[in-house]
Design a protein around this ligand. Sequence first.
Ligand code: 5AD
Ligand code: SF4
Length: 484
Amino acid sequence: MHAFRDVDYDRYTITKEYDPDVETVRQRDMIRRAAELAKEREDRLGRRLNACVVTFGCQMNARDSEKINGVLTAAGIELTDDENADIVIYNTCTVRDNANQRVYGRLGNLGVMKKKHPDKMIVLCGCMVQEAAVIEKIRQTYPFVDMIFGTHNIYKFPELLVRLLEDEGMIIDVWKKTDSVVEDLPVVRKYPFKSGVNIMFGCDNFCSYCIVPYVRGRERSRMSGEILEEVRRLADTGVSEVMLLGQNVNSYGRGLEGEISFPGLLKEVEKVEGIRRIRFMTSHPKDLSDELIEVMAESRKICSHLHLPVQSGSSRVLEMMNRKYTRESYLELVYKLRKAMPDLSITTDIIVGFPGEEAADVDETVSLIHEAAYDNAFTFIYSKRAGTPAAYYESRMSAEEISEGFNRVLAAVQKEARKNVSRFSGRTMEALVEEVNEKDSGYVTGRLSGNVLVHFKGDASMVGTYQNIKLTENKGFYYIGERV
Ligand code: 5AD
Ligand code: SF4
C-alpha cells in the first residue's frame, strides 16, 4: 500500500508574479528529466515503456489528452490503446453522474490488473477529480491509484510525470483555481489534418444544473496573439481545419483589456493561410451577437454549423436553469440565423427531467425542436450534481414520467434530424475525408461543412483531403455519396 503524500490540496496558490515563459522552460526541462527516468525503467524492464490515455467527455478533454499524449511521446514513452499498459491515465468528465460511475467501474478493473503487475501506474485527471468528495472516495476505495491531478495544472504534466516515475507514492495535486494560461507543450494530435485550439477556459454562467463552473473555474481567455500563433503553427504542420474551443466562446475576450471580440478573432483566424475550415464550440445563446452572424455569413471558411444549446423549450424552466433567455428570444435568434444563412445546420443540447419541470414543459421542448428545425441534438436526462443550486430543487416528475418525456424528446429530434438533413439530398458538397470506414475498408468517411458525415468509395490515400461528393442517399443522421 502507498503512503499518501501532498494531500493538502488547499496549499497550492498561484501568485500574480507567476511568469509563463519561465514556467514553459521549466516544464521543457521536466520532459528531459522524465525521458531519463523512463529510460531507466526501460533498461530494467528490457522493453519500451508504454502508456494508454482514455478520454471521457467533451472536446476540451479531448484536446487536453492530446497534450498529455504529446508530453508522453516527447519523454519517449510509447502510446497504446491497451489498458494493460505500464501507465494508464483516465482523463475524466463529471458533467453527469453516469460519467463518474463509468470511471469507478473501470478503475475496479485496473485494480485487478495492478495486482498482477504492481509496477503499473494509474493516473486520474480531468473534471471529476476537481471535486473533494471524489478524491476522498478514491483514497478510500481505490488506494492503488498512483496520481491524481486536476484541470488547472495540466500544463505542469511534465513535472507530474517526473514525480510519477520517481515513484513517490500516491500524488494528489489538485488546485482550486488558477489565473494563469500556459499553453506551450508538445501535442500529439489524433488527426494530423484537424485540431482543436483552446481560446478560453472555465465558465462564469452558473447554469443552475451545471458543475462546470465549479470544476473548470472562472472564465479566462487566451491572448489573441497566442491563439493566432498556434493556428499558424498548426497550418504549417498540415492542419486545414481548426475548432476553436471554449465553454462559452461568444464571451471571448471579456476581462482582457484591449482584446478583440470573438467575431474579431474569427476574422483573424480566417486570414491564416492553409486554414480552410473554421469551427467553434460552444455558443451560449445569450451572448450570440449580430456581429457574429454577420462574420459567419460573410466568411468563406467558417463552417455552416452552429451548436446552440437550448436545454429546454419552456421559458419557466429556462428561468429556473438560469439560462438568461426565453423560448421566444431563442427562437428569434434561430430565425435571424436562418435568414442570414439559409444552409446553416443548427444542433443543440437538451435536458429532460430538470427539477421543477413538468410534462407540459416537455411538450414545449418538443414543439421547440420542430420550430427550430434542428439537424441534430444531444439529449440528456438531468443528473443531480452536488453543490449546484438545482441539487436543492425538488423534482415534480417521477422517474417514469421523466423517461417518457425523454423518449418523446428523442423521437422529435430523430424525426426533425431526418427531415432537415435530407434537405441536402442530391446536392454536391465538399467533404473533408477523416478516416477509412471502420466497417468497409473500400469506403471512407468525410465530414461536410454542416458537420454531417458522408460515406463514399475511397481509400486511405484520401484521408485529410477535400473531395466533392454528390449526396445520393440520406440515412437519417448521415449520407451515402459518390465522388464527382
Ligand atoms: N444533467 C444533465 N445534463 C447536463 N448537462 C450539463 N449539466 C447537466 C446535468 N447536471 C448537459 C447540458 C450541456 C451539456 C454539455 O451537458 O445540456 O449543454
Ligand atoms: Fe455549464 Fe451553463 Fe457554463 Fe455551459 S454555459 S458550461 S451549461 S454553466
